[in-house]
Design a protein around this ligand. Structure first.
Ligand code: SF4
Length: 547
């Protein structure tokens, strides 16, 4: 079965921005946190916000404890905003594109012009724009409303940002016939248009269309209508359990799209639900990733590559040393998964559900891996058992801190001490730095992958302390790449072969580019891609050592 996912499915820029503001307030421990009206039209995300303590206030005068209040992407009226400011610290999450329409309405009204807004008069966005036009504002939702319009002169016609293009054109043409000296400004947001034109394209290419989103979300329903009008079988679902898999399995190709208020974690859940039942390779990758082998291999390949680069001998000691590292990491990552299972539900529900389903197996792997790590650590050097206890303690202390990633750095530093004689090698320090940079780079890479779920990331993510500013993270990743390349240059004196390590950072650069393309529903594949750099590093170390 072919599965095609619309590139622009899910949150639009404005909704994403408003959600990020709430996330930032949560990570800054602001309390209590309110949103003025439901943040988005998605019951699952609202339930998640409620679980995280974010409350909805419906009236600016509502009596409640003073806190932080986030204005949603639709915006609000100046009166409501100033009333909210008297009671709370206000964070304005109004979408910049809605702000523009509000400003246009205000400007026209201040010039004495009438402002006619084509849109749904009961919609919060339209009410907000109308309020900016003062007593000069009028709303037109249908042809009936045009008949009731007063004979006005000097007016500006604006549109609700999510208005249907065709309807806007038809209605504005009719208003132009009735009102003199009228200027039309199309303020429809292209996010709506893009989603609609993509569903048209998907309808041409696929046998059936899955639309994910709130049953009461207007833009979600519109996407379903468009596909239905093209004769396609449409499944409109809020969550994966609502999908009739037996019917879906009979299709050769499925197109998937989602409304502008559907978070990516829900899209991922539905995509995962379909892929797990239809694609065997996907099931294998998923198990590999969810049992923490992926994270262990990432670190293990870097560690083994490092040993090869510094010519650490292949003997029984190395075997014990390597198996200690492998089993200890397996223990640590699975223990983390078990302890943070509840938090996983907030940003990576697919994994959280899978962990819950395989709880016994994960507990078993955790117990076996700690036992084997103690045995192999003891066989390598009994003192290493002290490292185990110290690191577990440190891991728990840092579990809610963005410095949590330092755990891997300290672990690598600690095992680096056991390689003491090799510190004399001039290349050692630079290679050590290379591995540290790789760890940091992969950490950022994976955080961005999880960030793309639109879920609520825990405080232990570096991205949360950086205010969820994706662009900043991409810049930091590029700086790491540049620094990684710089660290290679001194190594060329020792051996020209080290120049090939630049390949590892070239792959990193391609990964950054790929991440920006935001492929939805691809989280398992993106996670697995994080193996590319450590694998390349390891392969180069083998070539360097033996050829
Ligand atoms: S649809 Fe457009 S205008 Fe409306 S919130 Fe989204 S990005 Fe902003």
């Amino acid at each position: 079965m072919k599965i095609k996912i619309a590139r622009n499915a899910g949150f639009c820029m404005g909704v994403r921005r408003a959600v990020n503001l709430v996330l930032k307030a949560i990570s800054e421990k602001k309390s209590p946190i309110y949103t003025y009206g439901p943040l988005i039209h998605n019951p699952q995300t609202l339930a998640l916000l409620d679980k995280l303590g974010v409350k909805v206030i419906k009236n600016p005068e509502e009596s409640c404890e003073r806190g932080v209040c986030i204005i949603r992407a639709h915006g609000t009226s100046p009166e409501e905003k100033s009333s909210l400011k008297k009671r709370h610290e206000v964070i304005d999450g109004t979408c910049p594109r809605v702000l523009r329409v509000q400003a246009l309405a205000k400007k026209a009204a201040s010039q004495g012009k009438w402002v006619i807004i084509i849109g749904d008069k009961n919609h919060a966005e339209v009410k907000g724009i109308l309020a900016h036009a003062g007593d000069k504002g009028l709303v037109v939702s249908s042809e009936e409303d045009i008949k009731k319009l007063p004979e006005v002169k000097d007016c500006v016609i604006l549109s609700q940002t999510t208005q249907n293009q065709k309807k806007f054109e038809e209605l504005s043409e009719k208003i132009l016939k009735k009102c003199k000296n009228c200027k039309v400004i199309n303020t429809i947001c292209n996010a709506t248009e893009k989603r609609q034109s993509e569903v048209i394209k998907l309808s041409k290419e696929c046998e059936a269309i899955v639309v994910i989103g709130g049953k009461f979300s207007a833009n979600t329903n519109r996407l379903a209508e468009i596909a239905k009008a093209r004769g396609k079988e449409v499944y409109l679902v809020e969550k994966p359990e609502e999908l009739d898999l037996e019917k879906v399995k009979t299709k050769k190709s499925i197109g998937i799209t989602a409304g502008a208020s559907t978070p990516n974690w829900l899209i991922n859940e539905v995509v995962d639900h379909i892929k797990v039942s239809c694609l065997v390779p996907y099931r294998i990758l998923k198990a590999f990733s969810f049992l923490s082998f992926l994270f262990v291999l990432n670190f293990f390949l870097m560690f083994s590559g490092f040993l090869n680069f510094v010519n650490y001998p292949f003997d029984l000691k190395r075997l014990w040393f390597s198996s200690f590292v492998f089993f200890f990491l397996l223990f640590r990552y699975n223990l983390d998964t078990l302890l943070q299972r509840e938090q996983l539900f907030n940003f990576y529900s697919v994994k959280a559900k899978s962990v819950t389903k395989h709880l016994k197996l994960i507990k078993f792997i955790t117990v076996i891996s700690v036992t084997l790590s103690v045995i192999s650590g003891f066989m390598f050097n009994p003192q290493i058992l002290g490292v185990i206890i110290g690191l577990i303690f440190l891991d728990q202390v840092l579990k809610d801190s963005p410095l949590n990633f330092l755990w891997e750095v300290i672990f690598l530093g600690a095992i680096g001490l056991y390689l003491y004689p090799y510190w004399k090698e001039p290349t050692f320090s630079f290679l050590f730095l290379e591995v540290l940079l790789l760890i940091l780079f992969i950490r950022f890479y994976l955080e961005i992958v999880y960030f793309q779920t639109d879920g609520f990331l825990p405080k232990s993510f570096i991205i949360s302390s950086l205010g969820y500013r994706e662009e900043l993270i991409y810049k930091i990743m590029k700086v790491i790449i540049g620094f990684g390349v710089l660290c290679i240059l001194p190594l060329i004196k020792t051996s020209g072969f080290f120049l090939s390590l630049i390949l590892v950072w070239l792959v990193g650069y391609i990964m950054v580019k790929g991440l920006k393309a935001r492929p939805l529903g691809q989280i398992i594949y993106l996670e697995t891609l994080s193996l590319t750099m450590p694998t390349l590093f390891f392969l180069l170390s083998i070539i360097k050592r033996f050829f």
